[in-house]
Design a protein around this ligand. Structure first.
Ligand code: C2O
Ligand code: CU
Ligand code: CU
Length: 478
């Protein structure tokens, strides 16, 4: 079966939310897609990995003419790709070379909260550093690192503080998937920006409480990018790294592609699409087979009618590898008897956004859940169908399973691990949530300006036998 829909009200899309800024095709020359370098460990042993991750301010040649002031992790913009190996203990020195406080949030990583997780309670002050350690014990996946200081997450991510994180494991290594990084396996960080005078970004000028958008697509920090295709099959690890934009992906000629992974890892089976939509913070891994093209052909990955990445086809060796029908097993997670369904409502737009009728408070713990329990969460988007927005709902420190959408089956690519799920206007989505570690974790809309605007709350995952207290930041201590 091949799915040919975008999944959400496609004809109404561009008009149903008044603030929507359509993408425009860049007029500057095509440039080779920047592939983030792999961050080299300071040291690696059979059991441990040691890294230093530095948030820094710099500038990047994005357009002809003046360079753009940008921020990044160990790089001038975005960041180097950090690779964790399942089972290893990871030690990271987090360095802040910015002129303001930041935090280092590991989006999608199952680690204790709130300090290692790196949400708003784990500040690293300018010129300072801090140390974290954890054991990476989760399936192979594409995750990401981004800044998360409240309430300036949106601004810092917009400046460039977002980097790919890859978890590797043995189950993934056995599958016949492309994994030659930078050759047939590429991270694609989809973002959008506006360029103002002297090629600069201007967050304030572009500010919109419903999420900052730009008309120019920027992929891995490249404007008008192309990839040289030198193998028949290519794997794309796509992250919607935009503050607010959904991407409605398809190829210029309708080429079919296979999705093999969602946020938290490999899917139970590949799902074939000609069109797929991604909302903020979601990751989808695709395998694209360019077997029908000839040397010299070109095909583009588009969002709506705007190309994001051009694929320039070169001569390649013919391959006959097929994706297996079954990829990995995903356990079912039965709901823990005696637990009650947790109801959550994301409401409002603009400055009115709220979660359960409230604005986020750093020192208020909104809910508690016993560590290890599997609890059904029912998340409602109370926006109206007309004029409303999709709110992508994200929980820190866990990978969950999607159960249903308005009582119906989830999308065909939602049968694997997720940490972010789109909730459409007038929809309620049920998910099964389990925390493997104790801690205080944030959950929120991942339109980053909505999150900064208060559409966020926090939950304590607790162990009744070992009660803990947490030092939670408040605005005053910032
Ligand atoms: Cu990408 Cu609070 O997260
Ligand atoms: Cu997160
Ligand atoms: Cu939202």
């Amino acid at each position: 079966h091949v799915y040919n829909e975008y999944f959400f009200d496609e004809p109404a899309w561009n008009t149903h939310d008044g603030g929507y800024v359509p993408l425009e095709e860049p007029t500057t020359p095509q440039q080779k897609l920047h592939v983030p370098a792999v961050l080299q460990p300071d040291k690696e042993t059979a059991t441990d990995q040691y890294y230093t991750v530095t948030a820094q301010e710099s500038e990047t040649q994005l357009l002809p003419g003046p360079k753009t002031k940008t921020w990044g992790y160990n790089d001038s913009l975005l960041g180097k790709t950090i690779i964790f190996k399942r089972g290893k203990k990871v030690h990271i020195t987090l360095k802040n070379e910015l002129h303001e406080l930041t935090t280092f949030h590991w989006h999608g990583l199952n680690v204790p909260g709130p300090y290692i997780d790196g949400g708003c309670h784990a500040p690293v002050y300018p010129g300072q550093s801090s140390e974290i350690e954890f054991t990476c014990n989760q399936p192979a996946a594409t995750l990401w690192l981004h800044a998360h200081p409240c309430p300036s997450t949106a601004q810092q991510v917009w400046h460039g503080l977002a980097a790919p994180v890859v978890v590797q494991d043995e189950a993934e290594a056995k599958l016949p998937l492309p994994r030659n990084y930078g050759v047939d396996d590429f991270p694609l960080i989809l973002q959008d920006r506006n360029f103002h005078a002297d090629n600069q970004w201007d967050y304030r000028a572009d500010y919109d409480p419903d999420g900052v958008q730009g008309k120019t697509p920027m992929i891995n920090g490249t404007i008008n990018s192309y990839i040289d295709v030198t193998t028949q099959r290519v794997r794309l690890r796509v992250l919607d790294g935009a503050n607010r934009r959904e991407f409605r992906l398809h190829f210029s000629d309708g080429l079919e592609f296979a999705q093999i992974a969602s946020d938290g890892g490999i899917l139970p089976e590949p799902v074939y699409f000609t069109k797929v939509m991604m909302t903020c913070a979601e990751r989808d891994e695709f395998v694209v087979d360019f077997g029908k093209y000839q040397d010299g052909d070109e095909v583009a990955l588009m969002s709506d009618d705007v190309p994001l990445v051009h694929f320039r086809i070169h001569a390649f060796e013919k391959e006959t590898t097929q994706l297996p029908e079954h990829l990995v097993d995903i356990p079912d997670l039965p709901v823990t008897p005696g637990t009650e369904t947790r109801h959550i409502v994301m409401s409002g737009m603009d400055e009115e956004v709220a979660l359960d009728g409230k604005k986020f408070e750093m020192q208020r713990i909104d809910a508690r859940q016993k560590v290890g329990d599997v609890v059904l969460w029912d998340i409602t988007n109370s926006n109206e169908m007309v004029g409303g927005m999709i709110h992508p709902f994200h929980i820190h420190g866990t990978q969950f399973l999607v159960v249903s959408r308005n009582g119906h089956a989830p999308y065909p690519n939602e049968h694997g691990w997720k940490d972010t799920v789109s909730v459409n206007p007038n929809e309620h989505v049920q998910i099964k949530v389990r925390f493997e570690y104790t801690g205080v974790y944030m959950y929120h809309c991942h339109i980053i300006e909505h999150e900064d605007g208060g559409m966020m709350a926090q939950i304590e995952s607790f162990d009744p036998k070992h009660p803990k207290t947490y030092k939670l930041m408040d605005m005053a201590t910032l």
